[in-house]
Every structure is written in C-alpha cells, then in structure tokens.
Design a protein around this ligand. Structure first.
Ligand SMILES: Nc1ncnc2c1ncn2[C@@H]1O[C@H](COP(=O)(O)OP(=O)(O)OP(=O)(O)O)[C@@H](O)[C@H]1O
Ligand SMILES: [Mg+2]
Length: 221
C-alpha cells in the first residue's frame, strides 16, 4: 500500500500554554477513509488545519505524498491545496457571492474554460441537492445548505485527499445519510478521506479506522 500522508511527532502549542496537539504520529494509506474523533477541544480541527497548511506545527513534520509540508515555499501552497480539498467546520464561504461563484472559484483561478466550469459546477450542485440555488447569495442559505456548498467547493477539484471537519454538523439525519453516501462514493472513486467528528453515529458500523484524540493526544495510534 502507498502512503499519502504521514505525521511524525506533530505538536501544536498555542501561546501561552495550550497544547492543542501533543506528539501526534500516524500515517494514512492512499484510498483510506479515516475518522478522527474525540470530545470538543481534543484537537481535531487543529489537526486538519495543520494538514491543510492553514497553520504550521510547533514541532514535528507532516508529509503529504512523501514531501514534508515545511518544504513548501509560500508560492507553492496553492498547488498543494489543489490536491487537498477541505470542508471547514465554519465553512469559510464568501457570504456575499452566489453558490455558483463559491464553488467555481478555484477552477476560475486555474483558468479552466467557462463551459467546463459551468458543466462541472452544475453537476456537483445537482449531486448535493443544490440544483436551482446557483444564483442565490450564500448568506441566504440555511446552515445545512452552506455545509453542502462547502463540500461542493472542496471536491470540485477532484482532490486526492479530502479533509472534512464535522461535515454533517448542521444536517438533519436524512441529509447526513446523503452526505455520508457522497463521501463513500468519492472514496470508492479513489479519494482519500479524513473526516473529523464527535458524532459516533457517523462511524459505527462503517468498519473504518477511527483515531481517537483526547486533549491533544492520540489514544490509539
Ligand atoms: N487559534 C487558537 N488560539 C488558541 N487556542 C486555540 C486556537 N485554536 C484552537 N485552540 C485550542 O486548541 C484546543 C483544540 O481545539 P480544536 O478546535 O482543535 O478542537 P476540536 O477537537 O476541533 O473541538 P470541537 O469538537 O469543539 O470542534 C482547544 O483547547 C482550543 O481552545
Ligand atoms: Mg473542531
């Protein structure tokens, strides 16, 4: 099996003295669907933020496709992020832009043709039950709708690694099931997924590896 991600003794300390992550070591195989769980404040979001290079570790190293993240100069970070999709816990959508614009933005930056952008965006919106919402500003959407827009934006690039932080936190049980099915489909298509959640209903009976974080420590490496 081929490794896509590896963390070696990764710690994150927030000043003055909050140890959000404490010497985390684990590896993820290409094609895995990995869950990270643990109580509020355990460090789940911090861990995903470090993998996406939104923040840097205080110590330790993270390897994506065998390359240390610390070796990426600033100007190469966008290239890295093209390979890693992320659904943030707080979405980080452009509230005053439309659904279409939010999902299309990374393709536009890459210079993908207008027709191709339209085709891909409409297809992913349909898959996520957002057809007809294209021209609506994101600020008018419900929490669950925003969550699905964030997921559409994360996967539009067909990332190799998808990071999802509580991606069903605002969804009712029917939408949760639908979104989890989309994750399963993406995984079956070859996308490696790391999903952080405190909701054990998401991973029981799914027979996937589950890492448990507690107060910044991994309980089951
Ligand atoms: N930017 C920051 N500055 C200071 N402390 C932070 C920062 N971000 C996170 N922390 C702290 O780090 C710890 C881990 O937070 P994190 O958000 O990673 O937890 P979490 O497991 O995602 O929790 P939740 O389930 O509530 O989303 C917490 O004690 C939090 O207060
Ligand atoms: Mg969190």
């Amino acid at each position: 099996m081929e490794e896509i991600l590896r963390l070696e003794r990764v710690s994150k300390v927030y000043e003055p003295n909050i140890t959000a992550l404490d010497e985390i070591t684990f590896a993820v195989e290409k094609g895995e669907f990995l869950f990270i769980t643990g109580p509020s404040g355990a460090g789940k979001s911090t861990l995903l933020n470090l993998i996406f290079r939104a923040e840097k570790p205080s110590s330790g190293e993270i390897y994506f496709e065998n390359r240390p993240l610390s070796s990426y100069p600033r100007k190469e970070i966008p290239l890295l992020r093209r390979k890693i999709g992320v659904v943030f816990q707080d979405f980080k959508l452009l509230e005053n832009r439309t659904v279409f614009e939010n999902v299309a933005i990374s393709l536009e930056i890459q210079g993908v043709s207008e027709g191709e952008i339209r085709r891909r965006v409409l297809r992913i919106l349909e898959r996520l039950g957002l057809s007809g919402r294209e021209t609506q500003p994101v600020r008018q959407l419900s929490g669950g709708e925003k969550q699905r827009v964030a997921l559409a934006r994360a996967v539009i690039n067909r990332p190799r690694l998808l990071l999802a932080d509580e991606p069903t936190g605002n969804l009712d049980s029917r939408r949760t099931e639908e979104v989890m099915e989309i994750f399963e489909d993406l995984n079956a298509e070859g996308t490696t997924i790391i999903l952080a959640t405190h909701d054990e209903a998401l991973y029981v009976e799914r027979h996937r590896r589950v890492l448990v974080l507690d107060q910044g420590r991994l309980l089951n490496p």
